[in-house]
Design a protein around this ligand. Sequence first.
Ligand SMILES: [Zn+2]
Length: 277
Amino acid sequence: MELPVVNHEDYFAKIGDDHKFPINKFGELANYLTQNKIVKKFHKPSACSFETLSYAHSKNYILDIQNKTLSKEGVKKIGFPLVDSVVQRSLVATGGTVLASKLAINYGISCNTAGGSHHASYDGGAGYCVFNDVAVASHYLLNRGLANKILIVDLDVHQGNGNSEIFKDNLDVELEDNLEDDAYIKTLKHYLKELNQENFDFVFYIAGVDIHFNDRLGKLKISDEGIQLRDELVVENFFSRRIPFCGVLGGGYNKDFNKLVELHSMLHQSCAKYIGS
Ligand SMILES: [Zn+2]
């Protein structure tokens, strides 16, 4: 069976080529996944509805994004210009994680090609995150009785401050600076072992690749192989326990753009490996 992967051409918002955020990565990642035959056809999400967004965000904040009336300070905290394509991108990327979570219930495993906007909180966005897609999708599953105990494994290098505010049940590992592969993988194995003592019935995995040694915003020293091993360990751990698993992108700001795309694709490659086995 082919891994269900969610993608939308609107993930690639027009924020200007000189913007610090590597927004082109979303388009290039989709190309990479089809060219390397990891995905034949993407599942296309629709924009997340107001009602679903309101599970995790205040009505005023959602309206301020939809109507582009957010305060200057609020926009500055997000870091993207509040233009139509950014509004649309935020809505479809969030709808994308909701769709991916439903696909994970149906197929056991799925991925989005965006998502992991873990800095967005109930009342506002921050750090390139407008809506907290994982928190929104978590509430969606809980409200419909599709899951009861959700785990968020957040391995982005940054702390998911929005998740911990909106959604309490989560693993967000804080690591010391300059950690290298061996120590990182050892810590990860330890955490996974602890998590396996508990009975989760759904897992979101935020697979940020800003743990890479060449990342502009990271502080760890993880290699390509370290990231691949991390993703495989996490996917294998939950897939072998038959816990529905939904992988989302998380951050990545590698100095080498092609490398960035390749590193993000490791999530999808790891998931595809297990669904095919
Ligand atoms: Zn990050």
